[in-house]
Design a protein around this ligand. Structure first.
Ligand SMILES: CC(C)(COP(=O)(O)OP(=O)(O)OC[C@H]1O[C@@H](n2cnc3c(N)ncnc32)[C@H](O)[C@@H]1OP(=O)(O)O)[C@@H](O)C(=O)NCCC(=O)NCCS
Length: 176
């Protein structure tokens, strides 16, 4: 077992370009990221624009999009994970996605990154005005279940949304 990593949550920034693209390649290799919203090529070609778009998401709103704050986990200035906070829920997020979602770069997993990302994100969510946060996760994702429960998540319900997919767990975390 690797020792736990010390991480900081930071806003997306151009200086993480190399390690972010490396992490993205790892995510793509395993089929993620559904959250990326654009190809690796786009980020490679114009990382500044990519970062600007991520930052602008916190003020973007349309029929299917609610404002969203992106945060990156870095250790020694290297990107090791990402987390995002939806400032509010819409009908789709109430079913899948919730307020907060995260992924750890595969080669940095099992070292406490996600547990620490979520711990550091909770006061940020509070500062955004949330008093409680919904987190949804697959019933078959023990690592994510552990991350949420270690951060005070309380299981409200487990539901099957799609018979071909694992049931979803719905956790709420009270923000103080
Ligand atoms: C879920 C995920 C974010 C966890 O990231 P991580 O940085 O490895 O998490 P941590 O190191 O903080 O580990 C959290 C806990 O899960 C446990 N864990 C890790 N992998 C596990 C596994 N495959 N099976 C069971 N437990 C596991 C760890 O031991 C740790 O428990 P502990 O606190 O008792 O030691 C990561 O696996 C990931 O990015 N998965 C793909 C995307 C995803 O599922 N995102 C979440 C969607 S809800």
């Amino acid at each position: 077992m690797n020792p736990p990593m010390k991480i900081r949550l930071v806003p997306p920034a151009e200086r993480y370009r190399e390690s972010f693209l490396r992490g993205l390649r790892e995510f793509q290799h395993e089929g993620l990221p559904w959250w990326f919203g654009g190809g690796l090529e786009t980020a490679e070609q114009d990382f500044a624009a990519f970062v600007a778009k991520k930052l602008a998401d916190s003020n973007r709103r349309d029929e299917s999009f609610v404002p969203k704050t992106h945060l990156w986990a870095v250790t020694e200035e290297q990107f090791v994970g990402r987390l995002s906070i939806h400032h509010e829920l819409n009908d789709a997020l109430r079913v899948v996605g919730g307020h907060i979602g995260y992924d750890t770069v595969p080669s940095f997993r099992g070292r406490g990154v996600a547990t620490e990302m979520l711990r550091q994100a909770l006061p940020v969510a509070r500062a955004l005005g949330l008093t409680e946060a919904l987190l949804t996760c697959d019933d078959t994702n023990p690592a994510s279940i552990r991350v949420i429960e270690r951060n005070g998540g309380s299981l409200r319900e487990t539901k099957t949304i799609d018979p071909d997919k694992p049931p979803k767990r719905y956790y709420w975390i009270t923000l103080s």
